[in-house]
Ligand binder design. Structure first.
Ligand SMILES: Nc1ncnc2c1ncn2[C@@H]1O[C@H](COP(=O)(O)OP(=O)(O)OP(=O)(O)O)[C@@H](O)[C@H]1O
Length: 478
């Protein structure tokens, strides 16, 4: 190739090689050191004049430059320990006018601190990548907007409109309401219509992370913070969510000791990693949710009042399904449409009797329960129309229980002596046994509504998961 470039003077070339901070060595075809730049002389603590003309393997530990100068084959990213430090070596054959005349080599990380910093950086990137990957998969399944929130009743519409209105604000939101009413869906929708929508939405289930891990999950940790901690430390979810939203689900289950640390983070907008000294500024919006009565928890001292006020700047109470019965038919039809795709069906409908049963049922598991019931029904449906006999027994009984109670109350009121309640002494059981059998029935009922999911069943019953597991064990429920 012909260029107009003048050949670089020899001194210039040497200066260029010396300016480079990358330790560089040039050997001739015999593997004798032709030139060693300043960076390499420094890390080897050798004098250039003493090194020139010496076999390279005598000057540089574990060198293979003399081999490359013979084979003419480059060796890239080879591990080369020098003075007890692992370095990455790149070795290139030096070919001038088509002839192999020697080799040139460089090494990276001559300083152990550089290597450590590099490793930390890579480790952090790997952590972020893993987290992003998990969340991307999750987001693909749950990237909800307000349009996904089903419900046409005036009460639901007004809650939805209010939530939409406050999406743009940066204030904390507390979503309250029974299990399965769609609080998490609301949190997604609020984030997605806020100015933070291009940044992460990080959901954290405060009930499912063990108390002693919660702080390091939320705020991260430094290298060596505790036994088993990853080398290089780890970013917490608050740092990962920077500029986005952290959704603290089941906030009522956050351990008391953690509540004060969360409060500090919200007030100062700064977090301190576990085992760290530095404060890291974070910009996140908090959306919290619970189906527990936080006000009562504040009263009985199990939830910090100051944190409650911090979180409850905007309160959105999602109404239960039984308080918006107009929505039942609407949501049922929408869910059927959604499920038809899953079961490769078309034209499925429900009978008016089924709708009546649905209206009579109290739906303690709300939309989640309705979704489960319909999915279970469509799974086994061999006709186009869902009839009462296709429904689970406890829904078929809906209304009957209420009717029986009403009838009993009415007849008791009208003719107390003809009460339908069994008045024989044998019908009375010790209170302890009566309560135990009622508890067992309630657990079985909740489990059947929650499709066997114990965490959901525990939530619907309003008990902690440890106590729920103990109760299941006591009653022999698996
Ligand atoms: N209004 C709604 N429109 C569409 N789907 C809904 C609605 N409400 C709830 N769902 C569905 O019900 C299920 C439960 O919703 P979600 O997890 O948001 O409830 P939640 O109130 O956060 O429950 P929990 O308190 O148990 O965590 C999800 O599958 C969700 O898609």
């Amino acid at each position: 190739m012909k260029t107009n470039m003048k050949p670089l003077p020899y001194e210039w070339l040497l200066e260029v090689i010396n300016i480079s901070t990358l330790p560089t060595v040039i050997v001739d075809q015999e593997g004798l050191v032709y030139y060693l730049n300043k960076a390499y002389c420094d890390i080897l603590s050798v004098n250039l004049d003493d090194a020139i003309g010496q076999p390279v393997q005598e000057i540089i530990e574990n060198s293979r430059m003399h081999i490359v100068a013979k084979t003419g084959k480059e060796e890239l990213e080879d591990i080369q320990p020098i003075n007890g430090t692992v370095m990455i070596a790149n070795r290139y054959p030096l070919i001038i006018k088509g002839e192999l005349v020697g080799a040139v080599g460089t090494v990276m990380f001559p300083n152990p601190d550089d290597l450590r910093q590099y490793k930390n950086k890579v480790q952090q990137l790997i952590e972020e990548l893993k987290h992003t990957r998990t969340n991307t998969i999750k987001d693909l399944n749950s990237n909800y907007t307000f349009q996904d929130l089903m419900g046409s009743s005036p009460v639901f519409q007004s809650v939805k409109q209010f939530a939409e209105k406050v999406s743009g604000s940066d204030s904390s939101v507390l979503l309250t309401g029974e299990s399965g009413t769609g609080k998490e869906l609301f949190a997604h929708a609020i984030h997605n219509s806020s100015l933070r929508d291009k940044y992460p939405f990080i959901p954290v289930n405060c009930a499912s992370i063990p108390a002693d891990l919660l702080e390091s999950e939320l705020f991260g940790y430094e290298d060596g913070a505790f036994t088993g901690a990853k080398k290089g430390g780890k970013k917490g979810l608050f740092e990962i969510a920077n500029h986005g939203t952290v959704f603290l689900d089941e906030i009522g289950d956050m351990p008391f000791s953690m509540q004060s640390k969360l409060l500090r983070a919200l007030q100062e907008r700064e977090i301190k990693r576990v085992g760290g000294q530095n404060l890291v500024h974070v910009d996140v919006r908090i959306i919290a949710a619970t189906n527990r009565d936080l006000e009562k928890m504040v009263e009985d001292g199990s939830f910090r009042q100051d944190l409650y006020y911090r979180l409850n700047v905007i309160n959105i109470e999602v109404p239960p399904l039984r308080k918006r019965k107009e929505d039942i038919e609407f949501i049922t039809n929408k869910l059927i449409k959604k499920l038809e795709g899953k079961f490769y069906r078309q034209g499925t409908s429900i009978s008016s009797e089924v709708l009546e049963k649905f209206q009579q049922h109290s739906w303690p598991g709300n939309v989640r329960e309705l979704e489960n019931v319909l999915e279970r029904t469509l799974n086994v449906l061999d006709s186009q129309t869902i009839q009462v006999e296709h429904l689970p027994l406890y829904i078929r009984d809906a209304g009957d229980v209420e009717r029986r109670i009403n009838k009993a109350t009415r007849s008791e009121r009208n003719s107390p002596d003809k009460s339908p309640i069994d008045m024989s002494p044998d019908s009375v059981q010790p209170l302890k046994e009566t309560l135990a059998s009622a508890e067992k029935e309630a657990i079985k009922h909740a489990l059947s509504i929650a499709d066997g999911n114990k965490l959901t069943a525990a939530k619907m019953l309003g008990v902690g998961k440890t106590s729920f597991y103990e109760k299941c064990k006591r009653h022999g429920i698996n």
